[in-house]
Design a protein around this ligand. Structure first.
Ligand code: GDP
Length: 425
């Protein structure tokens, strides 16, 4: 059984907590794309954890976690993340963490190049997390990257490879950005310091997953970001550099011959967006500040304030379609409890025409105006609700409205950040 837990919107939908919850029924949890630009928050009886690279199943001792070939891994960041969890008493061993030998290494110069480019762009920047993600994916497709398997190469062979790469990167670092070039010895030292401790986790993940699948194990794929940040189906170029959608999950994890059997789309009860680009339903001023505050909408990876807006039916319906979502988990419904009436973006108006069909054409999107309708609020604390009957009638009406607008059945509703704070419909 292959399950995907993916984002319907811009990311930060609360995927981490749903993966953590559903991991109970999974043998294996795989990350299949992205790098440490992700920030998945999991809160359980052991405390609060923000996971950037490690799959969110890592907090469950019986789950095996896989970092797939579709990922880009900053070795230093991963070592630190493993250490932090170890300090908090979470045991991480080659038995519960497997890293694909085909995953690409995000090098210190990728991070530098990301920063140099954002600085060059100044006010035209895309809002990169500055973790080196675009430069490293660029190098992957230029065939100028190192993979985890390269850590096992004889030292002299690796040295020659790194020397070539450093020469190549310095053409840009020195020639384009007029910054100080990289040094081969320093990069070799970095690879040794942070690569050696990770070697025991590196393996042929493809064979591992194939055998696990044949043995009837349950495999869950965990996405980073949502559809609207997908490199192909998102609002390009305001996207991430990888495929965030469920259809890519088996490829990026390492079991490309299989299809996902069940896709759970994670959809927030309102909208948030980190970084630049069109965000049609965006709220401003006091209204925005109140929602941002209520939802604690500050980036888990970067601390940046997130842009906020009401639930966007147009974008969410598109998200459901692109993910092929089987069912939805609606998150953070409790956050809306302070509102007398709840705004919902039900359509866009583009060039004087009303539409509910989303476009990723950024010129059209830049012109789009949100059509807002209001639903009655419930004005009471719902964080204690654990079954449908506990919810106030107005909250149920809101859920039903969203279900219809997004054209997908809502199965779970979360009403608090903790593992147990949810209900099944
Ligand atoms: P992810 O990247 O999709 O995993 O999402 P994030 O972790 O960036 O953002 C979700 C945030 O909302 C985290 O701080 C979660 O702890 C929190 N959260 C998730 N679900 C709920 C919920 O139902 N209610 C509340 N109040 N907080 C939630």
């Amino acid at each position: 059984m292959l399950t995907a837990v993916v984002g319907i919107n811009w990311g930060d939908e609360g995927k981490g907590r749903m993966v953590d919850l559903l991991a109970e029924k999974s043998d294996i949890v795989c990350r299949y794309q992205g790098g440490n630009n992700a920030g998945h928050t999991v809160i359980n009886e052991r405390g609060k954890f923000i996971l950037n690279l490690l799959p969110s199943g890592i907090l469950r001792p019986e789950v095996t976690n896989v970092m797939g070939n579709g990922m880009v891994i900053d070795l230093q960041h991963l070592c630190t993340e493993i250490q932090k969890l170890a300090d908090a008493g979470v045991s991480i061993t080659p038995k519960n963490l497997k890293i694909s030998d085909k995953a690409v290494i995000c090098m210190p110069y990728h991070v530098r190049l990301d920063c140099l480019e954002e600085e060059r762009l100044a006010d035209k920047k895309y809002g990169s997390t500055r973790r080196g993600i675009s430069p490293v994916y660029g190098d992957k497709y230029m065939k100028k990257a190192l993979r985890m398997a390269d850590l096992f190469a004889p030292e002299d062979v690796l040295y020659e490879e790194v020397k070539e790469l450093v020469e190549y990167k310095n053409l840009t670092i020195e020639g384009v950005y007029h910054a100080e070039g990289e040094k081969t010895d320093a990069i070799m030292q970095w690879l040794k310091t942070y690569g050696e401790p990770l070697k025991p986790y590196v393996c042929d993940v493809c064979t591992y997953l194939d055998e696990a699948d044949k043995a009837g194990k349950t495999i869950m794929f965990e996405a980073q970001l949502g559809v609207l940040r997908d490199i192909d189906f998102g609002i390009y170029p305001y996207t991430s550099s990888s495929s965030t959608i469920a259809a890519y999950a088996p490829i990026g994890a390492g079991i490309p011959g299989r299809h996902v059997d069940y896709t759970l789309g994670i959809m927030k009860a309102y909208s948030t967006c980190v970084g630049e680009g069109p965000f049609t339903c965006e709220m401003f001023g006091e209204e925005a500040e109140a929602l941002r505050k209520a939802g604690g909408e500050y980036g888990a990876a970067t601390g940046r304030p997130r842009r906020v807006g009401p639930f966007d039916a147009v974008a969410s319906k598109y998200g459901v379609r692109m993910q092929g979502a089987t069912e939805i988990a609606l998150t953070k419904l409790d956050i809306l409890s302070y509102l007398d009436r709840i705004p919902v973006c039900v359509a866009y108006e583009i060039e004087g025409k009303r539409t509910t069909t989303f476009t990723t054409d950024r010129v059209k999107l830049a012109e789009a105006r949100p059509v807002i309708e209001y639903l009655e609020g419930w004005k009471c604390d719902i964080s204690g609700c654990r079954k449908k009957e506990d919810l106030p009638a107005a909250a149920l009406r809101y859920i039903e409205y969203i279900e219809k607008a997004a054209e997908c059945r809502i199965r779970y509703v979360s009403v608090g950040a903790e593992r147990s704070e949810y209900l099944t419909l």
